[in-house]
Design a protein around this ligand. Structure first.
Ligand code: BG6
Length: 480
């Protein structure tokens, strides 16, 4: 489609990944296990299981990922072929500090990221680095119950200072915690906070109290503020961002009770975390949220001052779908990690996530008019079943349509006045699903020959969407 091109010069087009979902090499060169290495593979219907020890007979898809650890040069070449300006990736904390609380970093881990950043920069691609993307060294879960312990703040600071000091010449854009607000919902307790010491069972329904989750979140806020402050003081050229799972809620009806419920859902799911990270203070409604959740937050002297001193420079978020709430009866959606009822006006992906580009335009306006700082969409994408044809080619017109509609929504938001500076598609190369652990839930513009039974050659093949995205980037959003 041809459209006017409101995207500013220098707009950061690219893709987003997470170390644990694609690096593999989980136990190579001194790396310690992270929480993800204790999660088995699941499916749309069968949840992933968290296990305390590694079960020889079970399948742990993150152990091998798609082997970016050894194939990074080839993969970056393919990203450059699409014209990427930016590449979002995360550093695996346990590659740098294998146990999380080690006194000294693992030099072999640091060298790996030097190689990756150098390769990106050689191709003119700006790295955008998430410091903690759904991962925590498993030793910190075992010894400290993850972020439930305040001691983690110091370990996280040591890790972040190490990587800022090492890479500040190579990496300008940093994000602290991926989808930090996921812990407002129960599933964040496992992936984001690691407050599952000694626990085993299905991902998403761990029995962790709101008290523990919200207290751990407070510790993450402090850790985020501390490292943002450190970066600003030592390396003023660095740009520090938050990262939120943006949940655009709609009320099902015009019943004022639905409107109120929707407003409260937006406060709890979205603004609770980003008000702290962007404005440097808990929102006025936070007391009500704590009361509803039965939480008594323990705040130490100096905490609120630190939050105020560690405000981020730009706001980033993932956007996949919108969600419906109502005091009236709702039809359920079937999506893993989806947070509301079914919207009768929208279609869904194969995994039940409701496709809503207009919701992205609404979200961009809501966020920008609340905070007035630059925004980046750092995840957006469509997990689908791809069937290669007899020549091994994937004709993913459904993914191209999803991409084009979301690009058009961003163009409209920019025309609405939103300061949007970048867009990184989730999973530009097929990788392991966070929610289900599957390979068959594919997001990529690049097909990876790897399957849920562990088979596959790991060969990379561009899909039709690869060329569609290339056109979009080449024309800075005007074509394709
Ligand atoms: C986000 C995460 O929730 O969505 C990613 O930040 C994740 O890590 C992505 O992969 C898509 O979710 P899923 O479950 O389809 O992999």
């Amino acid at each position: 489609a041809d459209r006017t091109a409101p995207f500013p010069d220098g707009f950061l087009w690219g893709g987003a990944t997470a170390a644990n979902q694609f690096e593999g090499a989980w136990d190579e060169d001194g790396r310690g296990p992270s929480i993800d290495d204790h999660l088995t593979g699941g499916t749309h219907e069968t949840p992933r299981q968290l296990t305390v020890t590694i079960d020889e007979d079970a399948w742990y898809p993150n152990h091998d990922g798609i082997d970016f650890y050894h194939r990074y040069a080839e993969d970056i070449e393919l990203f450059a072929g699409m014209g990427f300006k930016v590449f979002r990736m995360s550093i695996s904390w346990s590659r740098i500090f294998p146990n999380g609380d080690d006194a000294e970093p693992n030099e072999a881990g640091l060298e790996f990221y030097d190689r990756v950043f150098d390769e990106l920069l050689a191709h003119g691609i700006e790295p955008l680095v998430t410091l903690s993307h759904y991962e925590i060294p498993y030793a910190l879960v075992e010894k400290y119950n993850g972020w439930a312990s305040r001691e983690l703040i110091g370990f996280f600071e040591r890790y972040c200072r190490t990587v800022f000091d090492r890479y500040h010449d190579k990496v300008t854009y940093w994000l602290t915690f991926n989808e930090i607000n996921s812990s407002v919902m129960p599933f964040g307790a496992v992936l984001s906070e690691g407050v599952v010491q000694g626990l085993e069972g299905p991902l998403g329904v761990m029995d962790v109290s709101a008290q523990v989750r919200f207290q751990a979140l407070h510790h993450q806020f402090l850790a985020s503020a501390a490292v943002v402050k450190y970066a600003h003081e030592h390396y003023p050229e660095l740009k520090m961002g938050n990262m939120a799972l943006f949940l655009q809620y709609y009320p099902l009806t015009s019943d004022p009770a639905d409107q109120l419920l929707c407003q409260q859902a937006m406060q709890k799911a979205n603004w609770y975390c980003s008000d702290v990270q962007v404005r440097g203070a808990y929102g006025a409604y936070a007391e009500r949220v704590w009361a509803e959740e039965g939480v008594q937050l323990h705040i130490e002297p100096g905490d609120l001052e630190l939050l105020e001193q560690g405000k981020v420079d730009f706001y980033t978020f993932s956007y996949y779908m919108s969600n419906v709430v109502s005091v009236h009866e709702l039809e359920e959606t079937s999506g893993n990690m989806s947070m509301g009822g079914k919207n009768p006006y929208l279609e869904s992906t194969d995994w039940g996530w409701q496709i809503d580009p207009t919701g992205l335009r609404i979200a961009l306006n809501e966020i920008y008019n609340r905070y007035g700082i630059p925004l980046m969409v750092v995840e957006n994408g469509m997990g689908a079943l791809d069937e290669p044809d007899e020549n091994g080619r994937v004709h993913d017109d459904y993914r191209i349509a999803y991409l084009q509609k979301h690009v058009a929504a961003m163009a409209a938001a920019i025309e609405d006045g939103v300061d949007l500076i970048g867009y990184t598609w989730w999973g530009p190369i097929d990788l392991v699903s966070a929610g289900t652990g599957e390979m068959r839930k594919r997001y990529g513009f690049i097909y990876v020959d790897k399957h849920d039974d562990g088979s596959g050659t790991l060969e990379r093949v561009p899909k039709d969407s690869y060329y569609a995205y290339k056109t979009i980037i080449e024309s800075n959003g005007a074509e394709g």
